[in-house]
Design a protein around this ligand. Structure first.
Ligand code: XIL
Length: 370
C-alpha cells in the first residue's frame, strides 16, 4: 500500500516535470494548458478513494454516479478536484460541451476546456456524458442572428455533430444528442433546428451522431418529464416512434431539477415512467438532479431533502435500466440554482464548505442498501 503510494507520487513528479513549460515552448498556450491539466489530475489521483465513497458503492450496484462540473473550479480549488475524483465515476460538462462555448464563430471551434475535462475524466477513471449537441439554448449570436437558409442550418448542424462527436469518438459514454425538444404542452418545441431541418430533425441528428461515434449511448434528455403527465407522455411517444423507425436511440435522460416539496408525489410516477421506458428497451439516466429548498435552508428542509435523494436513488437502483445517477453539480458553493431560481438553493449533497450534508449520507446509505 505504502509502496504503491510512493509509486504514484513518483509518477506524479515525473508527470509534473514532463509537463512543465520549457524555456522555448513551441506554443505557449497548449503547454500551459497541459501543465494545468496534469497538476489538477494529479491532485485528484493522489486523493484516496475510500470503499464507502459514492462511486465505490454505486459501482457495486453497476450504477454510474456523476456530477456536472466546471473546469475552472477543478483548476482553482484542489478540494473541488479531489472531491470530484473521490466520489464520482462520471462527469458532465456543465457548459463546455454546448454549442456556444464550442463554436465561437462559424468557422472556428474552441476545444480547450472540453479537452481538459475529457482528460481529467480519463485520468481519474470517470465516464463522460456529452451534453449536448442539439439544443435551442446556448447558441452563439452568429447562428441565431445569421438568417441562415434551411439548407445552411442543416449543414451547420451536421458539421457540428460530425466535428464534436467525431473528435471525442470512443471517449464519450453517452451523448445527450437532443436536449429539451418537447414543450410543456407536449408539442414539438419550435426551435431554430426544427425550423431549419424540419419536423423529423431528431431522427436525422441521432443518425448523424451514430455515424460520428458509433459506440456512444445516444440519449434524448429533457426536464419536467420525470413523472407521468402530458410532457412525459409526449417524450415517451417520441422515443417510442424513434425506436419503431429504427433510429439509433439508446435512452432517455431525466433532468430532475426538483423542489423539495414537490418530490414525494412524483416518486411513484418516476418508477412507473422508468418502467415504461425500460419496456421499450431504453436505458434511463438521471442526468441533472438537484433538490432545491427555500433559502435559508433549515434542518427540517435539509432532512426532507435527504429523504428525497434517498428515495430517488432507491427508485433508480430498483430498475436495472437506470444506469446513471448524475447531479447538476455536487457542492452548494457552485450551483446554478440560486441564480436561476431566486430564493432557492442548497440543492446538492455537499455544502458550501465541501462538507457532506444529510443528503450525502442518505444517498450513500441508499447506495449501500442500508
Ligand atoms: C445551465 C447551467 O447550469 C448554467 O451554468 C448555464 O448558465 C445555463 O445552463 N438544463 C440543462 C442544462 O440541460 O444544460 C442547464 O445548465 C440547466 C437546465
Amino acid at each position: 500500500m505504502a509502496n504503491s503510494r510512493r509509486r504514484i507520487a513518483a509518477f506524479a513528479l515525473i508527470l509534473i516535470t514532463a509537463c512543465a513549460p520549457t524555456a522555448t515552448p513551441p506554443t505557449a498556450a497548449p503547454i500551459a494548458t497541459a501543465t494545468r491539466a496534469a497538476t489538477a489530475t494529479l491532485r485528484a489521483i493522489l486523493a484516496p478513494t475510500p470503499a464507502n465513497s459514492l462511486r465505490a458503492l454505486a459501482s457495486n450496484r453497476n450504477l454510474l454516479i456523476g456530477a456536472a462540473v466546471m473546469p475552472e473550479y477543478i483548476r482553482r480549488e484542489p478540494i473541488y478536484a479531489q472531491t470530484l475524483a473521490r466520489e464520482f465515476s462520471a462527469l458532465t460538462a456543465e457548459n463546455h460541451f454546448k454549442f456556444g462555448p464550442l463554436r465561437p464563430t462559424q468557422t472556428t471551434f474552441k476545444f480547450d476546456e472540453a479537452d481538459y475535462l475529457v482528460e481529467f475524466a480519463q485520468s481519474n477513471g470517470m465516464r463522460i456524458r456529452g451534453h449536448t449537441l442539439v439544443w435551442h439554448n446556448s447558441l452563439p449570436d452568429w447562428l441565431t442572428k445569421g438568417n441562415f437558409s434551411r439548407d445552411a442550418l442543416s449543414k451547420i448542424l451536421n458539421e457540428h455533430i460530425a466535428t464534436v462527436a467525431g473528435r471525442y469518438r470512443g471517449r464519450i459514454y453517452a451523448w445527450d444528442v437532443v436536449n429539451e425538444a418537447i414543450a410543456e404542452d407536449g408539442s414539438l418545441r419550435d426551435t431554430i433546428w426544427r425550423r431549419g431541418l424540419g419536423n423529423d430533425y431528431l431522427d436525422q441528428v441521432f443518425r448523424w451522431t451514430q455515424e460520428a461515434d458509433p459506440n456512444a449511448k445516444l440519449i434524448y434528455n429533457d426536464f419536467g418529464g420525470e413523472g407521468l403527465g402530458r410532457k412525459s407522455d409526449a417524450i415517451f411517444n417520441l422515443v417510442k416512434g424513434m425506436k419503431e423507425r429504427g433510429i439509433p436511440i439508446d435512452g432517455v435522460g431525466l433532468q430532475m431539477h426538483i423542489r423539495v416539496d414537490e418530490a414525494p408525489a412524483k416518486l411513484q410516477e418516476l418508477d412507473a415512467n422508468i418502467k415504461r421506458l425500460s419496456a421499450l428497451n431504453l436505458d434511463v439516466h438521471i442526468t441533472e438532479l438537484d433538490v432545491r429548498v427555500t433559502l435559508p435552508a433549515t434542518d427540517a428542509s435539509l432532512a426532507k431533502q435527504a429523504q428525497v435523494y434517498s428515495q430517488i436513488a432507491q427508485t433508480c437502483i430498483a430498475n436495472a435500466n437506470c444506469k446513471m445517477f448524475v447531479m447538476w453539480g455536487f457542492t452548494d458553493k457552485h450551483s446554478w440554482i440560486p441564480q436561476f431560481f431566486p430564493g432557492f438553493g442548497a440543492g446538492l449533497v455537499f455544502d458550501d464548505a465541501y462538507q457532506p450534508k444529510a443528503a450525502y449520507i442518505a444517498l450513500r446509505d441508499a447506495l449501500a442498501g442500508k
